[in-house]
Design a protein around this ligand. Structure first.
Ligand code: GAL
Length: 683
């Protein structure tokens, strides 16, 4: 067992020999005739598969009726996999309830904000607040843990699946009751405290009894923002309760088998406060499906860097990705030649010690029948299966990177509560997007050659030289204080507009903006001046001659200096970007939405001033270093159409080539160059 890597149970670790990178995918044998299974096992071996996730949507197959259980098929699947040296990430199968459960107990079904009850026929048709669901799901987990806890193939428990992916917000009666209970606890059973926290004097909302409180259901107008924020917190906590309840059963049976649940770290993962869940898992795992966008690899990298951030730097597992197209977007593009390999290694570079896919064998039926898989409809003779086999071999060749750490001394703060609150209605500019703003800054940091840890604002910031906090609208006093302390201690901190505006109750911090960061930044703003769609304003200074759009504001300097100023508009001559010296570090503020060239120019200055480690950037070349005790692994992923040449030396783990002084990365190619520690510094 390596520090930070999966605690494989002894039976699996022994058999794994050589600790290969985990490689495999979701395996749904219950959707196929049993005669297909031997071929599955044979082809898995051929592809180098060593870990599969079994049983994710198998509840109705395992428990066909209230008092009927059928484990025979799963016994045979696990035995077959074990006989083929394939370890199992066993799902608790609670992701989707069987129709008999929701028919007998319709209160299990979730209700959306419009009051519509979601029906059977899709998946995740359960309310996270349903006690009936909780009891029945735990009974299933109990049975599975008792039956398979000692099975030699069992390597990892997979709680539910993408908890909250569809059903994170339920507005039904069960949720209303549970929400009131959660609030009573949060506000010390005091309605006065709740009324004060929610500012219920506004719009005549003061509550006189707990029963009057509802989830934030449909209203004519904007809703009470604190009520909605508390409902967000409650909803995420309810899902975490499911994770904890299932985990408690599993731990009782198998204290030595690690537990995970797969998370979605961008777009669809917004509703979950994952940084408050990560501590409940033995291993962080995430799912990633590429956005069909020209620079999709930026979001891929962001999600991977966030997975590592949630794992506090330890290696993590990519639980699901696609070998090609998804099936749930309006248009589902295939991957381009070589892209599968590039995407996979972009994850490995950022700390993934295992790569798994949805799914092993492409479905013949069901809503996901057109989703790509490791083994496509075309079968084992296909180009895709060939590519998958080659990937298995590539990953096996990289086994020595396991347990090494991705090196980053730059952090981007990304907070779930800030995300929820910043994107809410009734704001000065209602076209702002927290995640897209973070992604824009992330992209620019990456283009500046930095490897970035995407971490929650509560993370330990002590090892970062450069810390960027984009649009951290909601922040607690503690987290704001930690950022200020990091600057004092020598970090270069950058805060962007609409940050520090409200406290954790979404109440405006008085005395001038940006409230929580006013002292840190040495600036004071009295009024926001958002810009209309077509409006831009010129700036000049450290940003170079450039423009801002979407947002600007009049910044009064307290003890900061202007590093860029407006060159036109109402604030001509006044600061747009500022800097304040703080202890042995400094704090920068950006008061408008910079276009990308201006962001790049500013970051170039900050990289230099902060001393953050940057590799000289070449467009389209992703360069990331993982470090082990005595070795460096330089991952070079060339997304471009031309060969790239970088300084460096070492041996490529993928093709065994030896490089002295310079490394050529072929167009569209990948290299993982191992060298003695420190030798990659000039890359
Ligand atoms: C994930 C889900 C999988 C599968 C996959 C398809 O969100 O966990 O079960 O549906 O998407 O892309």
């Amino acid at each position: 067992m390596r520090d930070g890597w999966i605690r494989w149970p002894a039976n699996v670790a022994g058999r794994f020999g050589g600790e290969p990178v985990a490689f495999g995918g979701d395996y749904n044998p219950e959707q196929w005739d049993e005669s297909v299974w031997p071929e599955d096992a044979r082809l898995m071996r051929e592809a180098g598969v060593n870990l599969v996730t079994v049983g994710v949507f198998a509840w109705s197959a395992l428990q066909p009726g209230p008092d009927r259980w059928d484990f025979g098929w799963l016994d045979r699947v696990l035995d077959l996999l074990h006989a083929n040296d394939i370890a199992v990430d066993l799902a608790t199968a609670t992701a989707s309830p069987p129709p008999w459960l929701t028919t007998r107990f319709p209160e299990v079904l979730p209700v959306d904000r419009d009051g519509r009850t979601m029906s059977q026929g899709g998946r995740q048709a359960w309310s996270p607040s349903s006690q009936v669901f909780r009891e029945h799901s735990l009974a299933l987990v109990e049975k599975l843990a008792a039956r398979y806890g000692g099975h030699p193939a069992l390597a990892l428990w997979h709680v539910s699946n993408e908890l909250g992916g569809h059903n994170s917000r339920c507005y039904g009666e069960a949720s209303a009751v549970a929400f009131r209970g959660w609030l009573r606890e949060r506000y010390g059973d005091s309605l006065d405290a709740l009324n004060a926290a929610w500012a219920t004097r506004v719009w005549s909302q003061s509550y006189s009894a707990w029963e009057e409180i509802q989830p934030p259901r449909l209203t004519f107008t904007d809703s009470n923002p604190t009520q909605v924020l508390d409902f967000d917190r409650f909803s995420s906590d309810q899902l975490r309760e499911q994770l904890r309840a299932e985990s408690a059963v599993l731990r009782r049976h198998t204290p030595d088998v690690p537990i995970t649940t797969n998370m979605v770290l961008f777009d669809a993962g917004k509703n979950m406060n994952y940084s408050s869940w990560a501590g409940d898992m033995d291993l962080v795992s995430s799912d990633h499906y590429l956005r069909p966008a020209p620079d999709a690899d930026a979001e891929l990298s962001f999600s991977a860097d966030r997975a590592r951030g949630l794992a506090t730097g330890s290696p993590w597992l990519l639980m699901e990705t696609a070998t090609g197209a998804t099936s749930w977007r309006p248009v589902n593009p295939a991957k381009r030649p070589g892209q599968l390999r590039r995407d996979v290694f972009a994850h490995v570079a950022r700390g993934a010690d295992g790569i798994c896919f949805f799914q092993w064998r492409a479905g013949q039926a069901g809503p996901e029948r057109f989703h790509s898989a490791m083994l496509p409809h075309a079968g084992a003779g296909s180009r895709k299966f060939h590519e998958v086999k080659a990937l298995g071999a590539d990953l096996a060749a990289c086994a020595e990177v396991l347990g090494s750490r991705t090196a980053a001394d730059c952090a981007l703060l990304f907070g779930e509560e800030a995300w929820w609150a910043a994107d809410r209605e009734s704001h000065p500019h209602n076209g702002l997007s927290y995640a897209d703003t973070a992604l824009r800054w992330y992209r620019s940091l990456r283009d500046a050659g930095l490897t970035v840890d995407v971490v929650p604002p509560s993370a330990d910031l002590s090892r970062y030289r450069l810390i960027v906090a984009p649009m951290l609208y909601l922040v607690s006093d503690e987290d704001a204080g930690a950022l200020a302390a990091a600057a004092e201690a020598g970090a270069t901190v950058l805060v962007t507009y609409f940050s520090g505006i409200v406290d954790p109750l979404d109440r405006v911090r008085l005395g001038g903006y940006p409230g929580a960061f006013r002292d840190l930044l040495g600036v004071r703003v009295e009024e926001f001046a958002p810009l209309l769609d077509a409006e831009t304003v010129e700036i000049k200074g450290v940003t170079g001659p450039g423009r801002v759009s979407t947002w600007h504001e009049q910044i009064d300097l307290t003890d900061a200096v202007a590093e860029a100023t407006y060159a036109g508009g109402d604030f001509a001559g006044l600061p747009a970007v500022t800097r304040a010296a703080r202890g042995s570090g400094e704090a920068w503020y950006v008061g408008g939405e910079l276009e990308s060239e201006a962001r790049a120019a500013l970051l170039a200055a900050l990289v230099e001033r902060s001393g953050a480690t940057a590799v000289p950037h070449r467009p389209g070349l992703d360069a990331v270093i993982r470090r082990a005790a005595d070795r460096d692994y330089l991952f070079l992923i060339n997304h471009g159409a031309d060969d790239a040449v970088v300084a460096g030396s070492g041996t490529d783990l993928l093709d065994g080539s030896v490089h002295e002084d310079e490394i050529v990365v072929p167009a569209g190619g990948v290299r993982v160059v191992a060298s003695a520690r420190g030798a990659t510094a000039g890359a």
